[in-house]
Design a protein around this ligand. Structure first.
Ligand SMILES: NC(=O)c1ccc[n+]([C@@H]2O[C@H](COP(=O)([O-])OP(=O)(O)OC[C@H]3O[C@@H](n4cnc5c(N)ncnc54)[C@H](O)[C@@H]3O)[C@@H](O)[C@H]2O)c1
Length: 318
């Protein structure tokens, strides 16, 4: 049975991925996560609660920067590296920590992969690497113009992967995710924040005039892309966009959330935030060709799925 080490598996995307992988019955999963307190740890415990009894699941409560913690995972053949300090704005407040976890952590993990002769390494990169490149939709070969420490840490992670794939024959696939949303979404991200505020009758903070736009991708579509990349063998180093190829303005997103909630938002306007880009928009031909990637979830379907999770999660309030 193939053994996959998922870093950051208690987080939003990681727990959705592990759920899908365990359901196939084809994989043994070891998850390493340090239950970082960037957002409530209780949400991460909730994310993994159903896995803990699964015979094919092992949890290491540990840090990717610590080789001793990583060495608790033996006989791994593939790494899906999702652990990171996520979020653009907080990275501006604390760049040192972001660079330490996201760059140094990736380096330690690559050393672990080299020492253990692990041949397949998938890396969670981000649309933020394109930064202020205004030439959309973005293709993988476009210039990278990051404007936050978080974004630059993802560029560095991709580059470290190139080094290790070249020197040690580790296949490294950087998957650039585009604003992922869905069940389990991080509470710092707009969709989760907006649902919470609208449900409570609180105002929602809107940065800018509502014309900024994002290529929102439903988490199950992202997960299907990751699963396909487990078997990617065409090249030893690759960068692939996993977006949706559809952008939604902030104003339209709020309207769509109001429709799902059946309630109007109270909008509180603020200026644009440093580090935020005005738009994200993925060209996904490469993912379609290499991974048969086909993001098919509409915004309405995805928001409804999030809403269902949201009600269940907050009803059982952790
Ligand atoms: N959610 C998105 O829209 C999005 C977009 C682009 C890229 N990404 C990337 O995808 C990955 C997953 O994102 P997410 O939204 O699920 O975030 P998340 O914060 O929910 O998950 C990350 C997990 O990593 C863990 N972690 C942090 N530091 C660690 C360390 N030193 N050692 C071990 N574990 C550690 C955290 O506890 C958390 O559970 C991240 O690398 C993120 O940068 C996410």
């Amino acid at each position: 049975m193939r053994h996959i080490l998922v870093t950051g598996g208690a987080g939003f995307i990681g727990s959705n991925l592990i759920n899908t992988l365990l359901l196939t019955g084809k994989y043994k999963i070891t998850c390493i996560d340090n239950f970082d307190d960037f957002y409530p740890v209780a949400q991460k415990e909730w994310n993994i609660k159903d896995f803990l009894q699964h015979p094919n699941f092992t949890l290491i409560r540990g840090d990717i920067r610590n080789l001793d913690d990583l060495n608790k995972a033996a006989d791994v053949d593939t790494i899906v590296h999702l652990a990171a300090k996520a979020g653009v704005r907080p990275s501006i407040q604390n760049p040192k920590l972001y660079l330490d976890v996201n760059i140094n952590g990736t380096q330690v993990l690559l050393d672990y992969a080299r020492e253990n002769e692990i041949k397949q390494f998938l890396f969670a990169s981000s649309s933020s690497v394109y930064g202020v490149n205004e030439n959309v939709p973005w293709i993988e070969e476009d210039p990278l113009l990051p404007i936050s420490p978080y974004a630059s840490s993802k560029v560095a992670g991709e580059m470290l992967g190139h080094v290790y794939s070249h020197l040690y024959g580790i296949r490294f696939v950087a998957l650039r995710f585009f604003t992922v949303y869905g069940p389990g979404q991080r509470p710092d991200l707009a969709i989760h924040k907006f649902f919470k505020a609208i449900s409570n009758g609180d105002p929602i903070p809107v940065f800018g005039d509502g014309t900024t736009s994002r290529d929102y991708t439903f988490v199950e579509d992202t997960v299907r892309g990751i699963v396909a990349a487990l078997d990617y063998t065409r090249s030893s180093y690759e960068v692939i966009n996993l977006g949706n190829h559809r952008t939604v303005s902030l104003a339209s997103l709020i309207e769509a959330i109001e429709d799902v909630c059946g309630k109007k938002a109270i909008i509180e306007r603020y200026g644009e935030q440093p580090g935020d880009v005005s738009q994200t928009f993925a060209e996904i031909s490469k993912a379609q060709e290499y991974l048969s990637y086909d993001p098919s979830t509409s915004l309405e379907q995805g928001l409804s799925a999030f809403h269902e999770w949201f009600r269940e999660f907050y009803a059982e309030k952790v």
